[in-house]
Design a protein around this ligand. Structure first.
Ligand code: DGY
Length: 333
């Protein structure tokens, strides 16, 4: 806010719940730039109604809430935040693996329910990560960061690469380690599904990946495999996942993301003791969120200065200049 306010008049939606769509459109009409959350849907209809917009800066690396092709055609630059959140998101993926495999959440509930009587040899038996096989679907910076951690834990790591969007023109400002992941071997998806004790999803949500883990993929998994999703809920067919949990084909799941967020109070997933659910907090560390915020602001200020955002998701966009004299009277969400 401080940095933006030096250059622009800032209109802040000061609520954790996203603005109602009509309100977002109404207020964005007066803006040259908007700083959006993953919960804001920036589709063609939105962009058509906000013709003053020059830049949409998403506080996320994921871009599935934005119609990138339409934005490009409309001359709206799209910024996002790659390069700063892979390590933090990978840490949560590993945390969810431990949580499900060693039944951490379930055990905590057990203790709080005053059910802990004594030490017994078969109480809360779980599964070891060491010596297990981890299959990573999607081997971008987050997938690679998961692989490095898993290898250090003594897991056998295999991965099925996924061809996602081309990378942003630049992803500066981060502390990502290099892309090397010693000890991780590429395999076809079918083999990954058949051999993995744990499967971590690390693909972006695109038309290609939507529902990519469905009934057939669950049927092809090793019996009792544990699924970890820190990517996007819609990568998984949630009904098929529930069926697989019921049949025992899926031995558990650690889910940071869901098809519908927040989860509905009557969602059947809430009934499974072997499912740990977190509220889309993959990148939620103090340091990483600060870096994401700085980068989201940099992306806007770049456009105010007549340049493409430094992390531009649509580098082919023909940038439209902001009318002279508007610099200090901009409104930015
Ligand atoms: C992202 O960056 O895409 C996350 O889902 C939000 O932090």
């Amino acid at each position: 806010m401080r940095r933006l306010a030096e250059y622009a008049r800032v209109d802040l939606w000061d609520d954790d719940a996203p603005p109602p769509r009509a309100e977002l459109i109404r207020r964005s009409r007066a803006c040259d730039a908007i700083l959006t959350m993953v919960s804001d849907r920036i589709d063609a209809a939105f962009i058509r109604q906000t013709s003053r917009l020059r830049v949409v800066s998403n506080l996320a690396v994921g871009l599935d809430n934005i119609d990138l092709d339409f934005a490009t055609r409309a001359g709206v630059a799209v910024g996002h935040t790659p390069g700063v959140l892979a390590e933090t998101t990978a840490e949560l993926a590993i945390a969810l693996m431990f949580a499900v495999a060693r039944r951490v959440v379930e055990a905590d509930r057990f203790v709080r329910a005053r059910r802990w009587r004594m030490w017994t040899p078969r109480l809360m038996l779980g599964r070891d990560l060491a010596g297990s096989t981890l299959g990573i679907i999607g081997f971008g910076s987050i997938g690679q960061a998961v692989a490095r951690r898993a290898a250090a834990l003594g897991m056998n790591v295999i991965y099925a690469p996924h061809r996602g969007r081309p990378k942003s023109r630049s992803a500066r400002g981060g502390t990502e380690l290099s892309a090397s992941s010693p000890g991780a071997n590429p395999v076809p998806l079918a083999r990954l599904l058949a051999e993995s004790d744990f499967i971590s999803l690390n693909v972006p949500l695109t038309t290609e990946t939507r529902g990519m883990i469905g009934p057939e993929e669950f049927a092809a998994m090793k019996r009792g495999a544990i699924l970890i999703n820190t990517a996007r809920g819609a990568v998984v067919d949630q009904k098929a996942m529930i069926d697989a949990l019921r049949s025992g084909r899926l031995g558990g799941a650690g889910l940071d993301v869901l098809e519908t967020e927040p989860i509905a109070p009557d969602d059947p997933l809430l009934k499974f003791a072997n499912v740990a659910i977190t509220p889309h907090i993959g990148s939620a560390s103090h340091r990483t969120r600060q870096r994401m915020a700085e980068l989201a602001v940099d992306n806007i200020l770049d456009v105010f200065a007549g340049r493409r955002p430094r992390c531009c998701a649509n580098p082919k966009v023909r940038l439209r200049k902001i009318a002279a004299g508007r610099a200090r009277s901009n409104r930015v969400r």
